[in-house]
Design a protein around this ligand. Sequence first.
Ligand code: GRF
Length: 230
Amino acid sequence: MERAARPLRVAVLASGRGSNLQAVLGAISAGRLGATVVGVFSDKARAPVLERARAAGITTRALPPTGFAHRLAFDAAMFDAVEEAAPDLVVCAGYMRLISEPQVTRMAGRLVNIHPSLLPAFKGLHTHRQALDAGVTRHGASVHYVTPELDGGPVIAQARVPVLAGDDPQTLSDRVLAREHPLLVETLRLFAAGRVALADDHVVVDGSPIHVPLQLDPDNALTPASLSDI
Ligand code: GRF
């Protein structure tokens, strides 16, 4: 299971702001994450995430979908570009496109996404509004393997936050985002240590399948959870 000592090669796909990328870069430069970001890829030429990446000296590639005959062709070109960077792991961090099945299959076990809800609850967009409308008292974020089903792949790890009286989508989003960043960093630390894998649609940690996602505790450690915690 243990990986060799070389840093985990991470490619990031993103469409927007890039705060998760920034958190990863911060952890790498602080010596807390044995990884290197080998490229940042976006479907949006003006995405702020690209500026953040360039400022950090990282290779970027913007590939807008205009000009491609269909989604399959666009996705193939995007993932050809990603593969040129030879990543060990591809992280979707605010990548606002559904990835078509052939590319998901090509990247199986090497493609993860961070989603702002406690999956399987609240897939898709506007998750904070969905959570408020549903009246839940707990919300959060998940890192999961990508499968062809939108936000439907096996969940590796989650971070929970309370929903507080008076929350609106912005206050809730801010609270979740503050936990997303350590959640992503800690999950990548697992990958960097070779401790997590996908086998037969199950997440395997330290050689054993997990039945519930790992949980980010208040000290930012990922710990096993029991079914009764869920
Ligand atoms: C995050 O909330 C992430 O969970 C979602 O999109 C947002 C991206 O934020 N998939 P950022 O671009 O990393 O700041």
